[in-house]
Design a protein around this ligand. Structure first.
Ligand SMILES: [Zn+2]
Length: 477
């Protein structure tokens, strides 16, 4: 058996469903959904490109493998010389992009476990063989042009051609990334006609690939068509770094203030609708701060911003865990003996209706109808890594944390914990479970379909579809 994982970066599940309803995605419908199904899954926090690819390829949460965001601060390096300071202000958005592979802590990727893997247009390449990483140069050149000039269709067409070229090769796992939906959405709007055309381009590429496999009498592989995050239009930019500077708090930030002298805080933005703050970034202190140590005046000022949906940090004292804050509410999340406990102290910041203590998968289902799906698990996984900020902010709908100065300006974005960023389409040619699923469940599912026995000591955060409740068979057909 063979498997193809197609990642439409930034595809919204509702937009995908509307296009399917209009008959605009006939190949996705026929070759994938009619054989299996389509469901709404949830991604990871921060819901951003690269970071949110980790679950698909490693079956782990980003926080489980040391990647807290697309930008983060290496606390030790930030206290060093000018070269170390630049390195420490990690950003996978530019020339440091390839460092993502080395920064992920040791764990085998799908590429390691399936040696006959080919990947097209991916920032995550760890474990690929010498000929496995396709169009890497075109990805760099066309990707840079697309970022500044909006020429994403040229990049997507190059992906489609490379996919078709690979059709008849002896691969077992193909990973195909289409960046156009995300890229054009950022410049325009998630429902702009040019964005909708990018979905159709992916569908035509799928049709061409299937036709080529069938021409040669080949058996169709299993298909998984997914997205790494949703997106929303941004009405207001609430640049936390500029706001802090305006109130006299020197702030280390990208792109050019990574050498900020006397910085009292560093702001590392992902998406752009989430930001992680690191206090005293030149102190060389490697230990993250807990709630009682975070400057209260700054925290309260940030919580008062309409742009902030919620804030979270590591809890202090013996209770530990993660403290979730909104302006008027406070709760603590802890995990012990396989159960996650949500203890509201004031109000109900995650909207769960009060005290909850549930198993991980039951809590996932319970959160799916809230404004912040899977928030308990996602906040706990993020703060597993010491690299995560002292404080994280998730943006409210329609707002992000970078200024209009960004080139190009982001008119739409993602990165927050809100439903429209966390919900993603998961289409598969295999039977989908009835239970709520996450993007982290794809990797173990693909391993199982490929009949690959993972090493017995392999730790995964995801669960294969077969181990989750499947759709009950209808009694009468
Ligand atoms: Zn994006």
């Amino acid at each position: 058996m063979r498997a193809v994982l197609v990642l439409i970066d930034g595809a919204r599940v509702d937009v995908l469903r509307e296009l399917l309803g209009r008959g605009d995605l006939p190949n996705l419908s026929r070759w994938v959904i009619e054989r299996g199904g389509l469901t709404t899954g949830t991604t990871v926090f921060p819901s951003t490109t690269g970071v949110a690819y980790i679950p698909f390829l490693f079956g782990r949460y980003p926080g489980s493998v040391g990647i807290p965001g697309i930008r983060w601060l290496d606390r030790r390096g930030a206290a060093g010389g000018w070269r170390e300071q630049w390195r420490a202000a990690r950003s996978y958005c530019g020339v440091q992009g390839g460092w993502l592979n080395g920064d992920i802590t040791p764990a085998p990727s799908l590429f390691d476990l399936v040696p006959q893997s080919i990947a097209i247009c991916t920032p995550l390449t760890r474990g690929l063989g010498p000929r496995g990483n396709r169009i890497a140069v075109r990805r760099a050149v066309l990707g840079a042009a697309a970022h500044y000039l909006g020429t994403y269709p040229a990049l997507d067409r190059a992906v489609a051609r490379a996919w078709l070229d690979a059709a008849l090769e002896p691969w077992r796992f193909l990973f195909v990334v289409f960046p156009g939906v995300d890229g054009i959405s950022h410049l325009k709007d998630p429902r702009h006609p040019a964005v909708l055309e990018s979905y159709r381009l992916v569908d035509r590429a799928l049709g061409a690939f299937v036709a080529r496999v069938q021409q040669r009498g080949g058996e169709l592989p299993e298909f998984f068509v997914v997205s790494d995050h949703g997106m929303t239009a941004m009405r207001e930019h609430s640049d936390t770094a500029t706001l802090l500077e305006a109130s006299g708090v020197r702030t280390l930030r990208h792109p050019v203030h990574v050498w900020r002298r006397g910085a009292r805080v560093a702001t590392m933005v992902s998406g752009n609708a989430s930001v992680q703050l690191y206090f005293d970034p030149r102190s060389g202190r490697e230990r993250p701060l807990t709630e009682p140590e975070i400057p209260a005046a700054i925290l309260e000022r940030l919580l008062a911003l309409p742009a902030v949906q919620l804030a979270a940090c590591r809890g202090g004292g013996d209770a530990g865990g993660v403290v979730v804050r909104t302006r008027n509410a406070r709760a603590r999340l802890t995990e012990a003996l396989g159960l996650i406990r949500y203890q509201p102290e004031t109000g109900d910041p995650l909207g769960l209706g009060g005290y909850v203590e549930l198993d991980d998968r039951d809590l996932l289902s319970r959160t799916r109808e809230t404004a912040v799906p899977d928030a308990p698990r996602q906040l706990l996984q993020l703060f597993q890594t010491v690299r995560a900020g002292d404080l994280v902010l998730a943006a409210a709908r329609g707002t992000d944390f970078r200024g209009p100065w960004e080139v190009p300006e982001h008119r739409a974005g993602h990165g927050s914990l809100i439903a429209e960023h966390m919900e993603v389409p998961i289409a598969a040619s295999v039977v989908l479970p009835h239970a709520a699923i996450r993007t982290v469940d794809l990797m173990p599912t693909i391993l199982e379909r490929l009949d690959i026995t993972a090493p017995s000591d392999l730790v995964l955060d995801g669960v294969p579809f077969s181990k989750l409740a499947t759709v009950p068979e209808p009694l009468v057909r």
